[in-house]
Write a protein that binds this ligand. Structure first.
Ligand SMILES: Cc1cc2nc3c(=O)[nH]c(=O)nc-3n(C[C@H](O)[C@H](O)[C@H](O)COP(=O)(O)O)c2cc1C
Length: 314
């Protein structure tokens, strides 16, 4: 049986639902000799502002149980250099490119989105309103319902590309942010970005990160991320790009069954950049074994146990 792994996000067709997550795959080109970029569903670029940024000083990464803490501070080359220097190779390698757009103001989000929309070969915009590691912009929009609505609506006006706000898990009710994104004109949502967290060196009694706070990612966050995807799937009709600690095909399947149309892999790529083939083949094998012709037929197909009151039965 041949299975169909493809999906659509707005006008963008992905050949499969396995996507390299922003910040964990460079600009894509760095991995091009190790991974055939054209075999991935898509590659999401590192977050881009209008201007280049240096990010935070070291130390910017700390290993934690079943995960990592980072406070890179969105170091990046800026939108124009990305378009001029990285897009030609990404196009040549046949990559489907989603650009992770950042901003400190709504105007900056709109301007960066305009620049990448004019570039040849960009497939979609992922709107980063959820980075926990920067002082201005980002998560301030993502933690406010009005902020989320306003920035999505403003960017919607300047681009025809599929628009995918990336939601933060650092809120009480993530589903309401999914709804605000849908009302403002998003084509899909991504979740989750990292969880605001902290680690302390007890000998020196100093924070382990120069920025004091950082974002937690990796397997430690996976069950919370799966729960959030499940909540959003019930709240909106938009396709969901789910992520958080995915390292195996079973992990990816959990997200898909919870309601994700596609999944992104971040931290696990640092440990094993060769995991992509295993994930694609594993997904194929699972669908065949379960006689499911299209991966999209599996999205949100969580079977809920019937509630039975065991104590009433004899
Ligand atoms: C080192 C590092 C850098 C990241 N940079 C970005 C970024 O630039 N933009 C963004 O939206 N998310 C960024 N993220 C978040 C990831 O894309 C992803 O949402 C998060 O790490 C959860 O997935 P994971 O557990 O598979 O890593 C970064 C994560 C890490 C670990």
């Amino acid at each position: 049986m041949r299975v169909d792994l493809s999906l659509h996000i707005g006008s963008l067709r992905l050949k499969n639902p396995l996507i390299a997550a922003s910040g964990c795959f460079g600009y894509g080109v760095e991995y091009a000799d190790v991974v055939d970029l054209s075999t991935l569903g898509a590659v999401v670029s590192k977050g881009l502002f209008l201007q280049p940024r240096e990010g935070h000083p070291a130390p910017r990464i700390v290993e934690t149980p079943s995960g990592m803490l980072n406070a890179i501070g969105l170091q990046g080359i800026g939108a124009r250099r990305f378009v001029d220097e990285k897009m030609p190779e990404l196009r040549a390698r046949g990559a489907t490119v989603i650009v992770n757009v950042c901003g400190t103001t709504i105007d900056e989000y709109a301007e960066v989105s305009r620049i990448v929309s004019d570039a040849e070969g960009v497939g979609a915009i992922e709107l980063n309103i959820s980075c926990p590691n920067i002082k201005e912009g980002g998560i301030q929009f993502g933690c406010s319902l009005n902020g989320t609505f306003d920035v999505v609506q403003a960017v919607r006006k300047v681009t025809r590309l599929p628009l995918i706000p990336k939601l933060t898990p650092n809120v009480t009710d993530v589903a309401s942010f999914a709804r605000a994104s849908e009302e403002a004109g998003a084509d899909a949502i991504s979740l989750v970005n990292t969880f605001l967290a902290m680690a302390i060196d007890v000998e020196t009694r100093t924070p382990k990160l120069s920025n004091v706070l950082g974002g937690l990612s990796g397997p430690a966050i996976r069950p919370i991320a799966v729960r959030m995807v499940w909540e959003c799937h019930q709240a909106v009709k938009l396709p969901i790009l789910g992520m958080g600690g995915i390292a195996t095909v079973q992990d990816a399947l959990e997200f898909i069954i919870a309601g994700a149309s596609a999944v992104q892999v971040g931290t696990a790529n640092f440990a094993d950049p060769f995991l992509w083939r295993k994930l694609i083949d594993g997904l194929d094998a699972y669908l065949e074994r379960h006689k499911i012709a299209r991966v999209q037929d599996l999205v949100g197909r969580l079977e809920m146990p019937r509630r039975e009151h065991a104590w009433t039965e004899s």
